[in-house]
Ligand binder design. Structure first.
Ligand code: NAD
Length: 462
C-alpha cells in the first residue's frame, strides 16, 4: 500500500465528501477545457509511470508484462485519448425541435454531471477497471472517490500516487482499504455509484444507492458460455478461445467460462485445445501465465479440478501458480459448472442436442458475455435471440468488450448500466431537458375561459 491510510477510521470521509461537494458547487468541473486538461495530465502520468504500473501488476498478479501493458496501461491511455478527442463534441448541447404551440421557443438536451461519485473497483484488472470509470466520471464533470481493491495492493498504491499527482483531492481522491472501508463508504451519500465486483457485494452497493435515491452502475460477473456449432472450423475456433481464456489466468469477467461442443467433434476439439495450451505454456509457463490473486481463490479454483483433467505443467501453491487446465468431459453437474470459475480452468461439455442446450442457457442467469461459433448466420442470431447477455461476440471471444466504440455492461444477474468511451460519459451524466422562450405574445395559450377552444383545437388536429 502507499503511505495513504488504509483503516476506515483514518479517513475523514465526511470531510472529504463535504470538500468535494463544495468544489463541485464552485463550478470548476463545468468547464470542458478543464476536464480535458486534467485527463491529459492523467495520460502523461500513466505514460511516465508505465514501468511502475507493470511492476505493480507483476507483484499483485504475476501478470506477464505484455498482458499488463495491453489490457491495463495501453487500454487506459487509448480511452483517455479517445475521450479527450471527442469530449467537446459529446458535451455540446443537442438542439431538438419544439411543438408548434410553444413557438417561439428553443429546446436542447444538455449533459450534466451528477456531482460527487463513488467508484469501487475489483482486483483482476485493478488499473483499467479503476481508471475507465474514473475517466468517464471526470469527463462528465463529476468529483470522484475511488476505492481500488485491497487484493491488488501494489496497484492500489500506485493508483493513489498517480491520482494524487494529477488531481486535487477535492476533485478526485483515492481511498485505500478493504471491506471495512467499503462498509463505511456504504454509509455515505453519493450522487452516482459505480461498482465492479461480485454479485454478493454488488447488492450491498445497490441497496446503499437506493437509500440515497441515486443511480448506480453495477458491473458484475457470472458464467460466460461458449457455444460451438457443428459447422465451426475447429482449429480457428480453438485458437481464439484458448488465447483469450488464459489471458490473466482466466481471471477476466468476460472470459469464456465453459464450452459446449458437439459430441462428434469433442475429441478433435479437446486435442486441438491441448495442443494450443502446450504450444503456449509448455516452456516458461510462469513467464506467460498470471498467478491467482490470493490463497483463497487458489484453493477455491483448485478444488474445482477433477482427477481426469488435462493439465499443462505443475501447480505451485507458494506462488499461487495454477497450471492451465482443461476438463474434457465436463457435465452440467460438475463442480466447475456450479459457480463462476474465474481461473485458468476450462470445462468442455459435449452435447447431442443443441436446442436442449440453448434452452438450458436461456434459463440460466444472464451472462456478461455470450460467445457463439458457427458459419450459419441464422444459427448465430437464433442463439442471440434465445439467450440474453450483456454483450455477444460471434466467432471470437472478448473482442466486443475491448472496442471502445461499444458500450460495456451486463444485464440481469451480470449487472446494469453501460460504460466505456461515449457510453461512460453518458453513464456519468444525466440528460437535462432545457427549453427557452421569449417574451412575446403567446399565440396558443391554454388559459380560461376556454369557450369553444376545444372544438377549434379538434378541428386543427384533424
Ligand atoms: P468483490 O466483490 O470481492 O470486491 C469488489 C470491491 O468491493 C472491492 O473494492 C472490495 O474491497 C469491495 N468490498 C468487498 N466486500 C465489501 C463489503 N462487505 N462492503 C463494501 N465493499 C466491499 O469482487 P472481486 O473479487 O474484486 O471481483 C470478482 C468479481 O467481479 C467476479 O464475479 C467478476 O466476474 C466480477 N467482475 C466484473 C467485472 C465487470 O466489468 N462486469 C469486471 C471485473 C470483475
Amino acid at each position: 500500500m502507499s503511505d495513504s491510510p488504509t483503516d476506515p477510521d483514518d479517513y475523514d470521509l465526511k470531510a472529504l465528501l463535504e470538500a468535494q461537494r463544495a468544489y463541485f458547487r464552485l463550478g470548476s468541473t463545468r468547464s470542458v477545457d478543464f476536464r480535458k486538461e486534467r485527463l491529459v495530465g492523467l495520460e502523461n502520468e500513466l505514460v511516465k509511470r508505465s514501468d511502475d504500473l507493470l511492476a505493480a501488476l507483476a507483484s499483485d498478479l504475476g501478470k506477464p508484462a505484455l498482458e499488463a501493458y495491453v489490457s491495463e496501461v495501453f487500454f487506459s491511455i487509448a480511452e483517455l485519448r479517445l475521450v479527450v478527442k471527442k469530449l467537446s463534441r459529446w458535451a455540446k448541447p443537442k438542439r431538438v425541435g419544439n411543438p408548434f404551440y410553444y413557438w417561439p421557443a428553443r429546446s436542447e438536451i444538455r449533459h450534466e454531471p451528477y456531482g460527487n461519485t463513488l467508484i469501487v473497483a475489483p482486483w483482476n484488472y485493478p488499473i483499467q477497471l479503476s481508471l475507465s470509470p474514473l475517466i468517464a466520471a471526470v469527463a462528465a464533470g463529476n468529483t470522484v472517490v475511488l476505492k481500488p481493491s485491497e487484493l491488488a495492493p501494489a496497484s492500489s498504491a500506485i493508483l493513489a500516487d498517480i491520482i494524487k499527482a494529477v488531481f486535487n483531492p477535492q476533485h478526485v481522491a483515492v481511498v485505500e482499504g478493504g471491506a471495512e472501508l467499503g462498509k463505511t463508504l456504504l454509509e455515505q451519500s453519493f450522487d452516482y455509484w459505480f461498482y465492479t465486483g461480485s454479485e454478493r457485494v454488488g447488492r450491498l452497493y445497490g441497496e446503499a444507492a437506493a437509500k440515497c435515491l441515486a443511480p448506480i452502475t453495477l458491473e458484475l460477473g457470472g458464467k460466460c458460455p461458449v457455444v460451438v456449432a457443428g459447422d465451426a472450423p475447429i482449429e480457428a475456433t480453438v485458437e481464439r478461445i484458448m488465447t483469450t481464456k488464459f489471458f490473466n489466468a482466466g481471471q477476466t469477467c468476460i472470459a469464456p467460462d465453459f464450452v459446449l461442443v458437439p459430441s462428434h467433434q469433442h475429441k478433435a476439439f479437446v486435442e486441438a485445445a491441448k495442443a494450443a495450451l502446450e504450444s503456449a505454456f509448455a516452456e516458461d509457463p510462469r513467464e506467460n501465465l498470471a498467478h491467482i490473486v490470493n490463497e483463497d481463490h487458489y484453493d477455491r479454483i483448485r478444488s474445482l479440478i477433477p482427477l481426469e483433467a488435462i493439465r499443462i505443467g505443475q501447480d505451485n501453491p507458494e506462488e499461487r501458480f495454477l497450471a492451465p487446465t482443461l476438463i474434457p468431459y465436463s457435465t452440467w453437474e460438475s463442480p466447475a459448472m456450479q459457480e463462476e470459475i474465474f481461473g485458468p480452468v476450462l470445462p468442455i461439455i459435449p452435447y447431442h442436442d443443441i436446442d436442449e442446450e440453448i434452452e438450458r442457457l436461456s434459463r440460466m442467469p444472464s451472462p456478461l458475455a455470450l460467445y457463439v461459433f458457427s458459419k450459419q448466420n441464422d444459427f448465430l442470431e437464433a442463439v442471440a435471440a434465445a439467450v440474453p447477455s450483456g454483450s455477444i461476440c460471434f466467432n471470437d471471444v472478448i473482442k466486443q468488450a475491448t472496442n471502445l466504440e461499444l458500450p460495456f455492461g451486463g444485464v440481469g444477474a451480470s449487472g446494469m448500466g453501460r460504460y466505456r468511451g461515449k457510453a461512460g460519459y453518458e453513464a456519468f451524466s444525466y440528460e437535462r431537458a432545457v427549453t427557452k422562450r421569449w417574451f412575446c405574445k403567446d399565440p396558443f395559450l391554454v388559459k380560461p375561459p376556454y369557450g369553444d377552444r376545444l372544438e377549434k383545437l379538434r378541428k386543427l388536429m384533424k
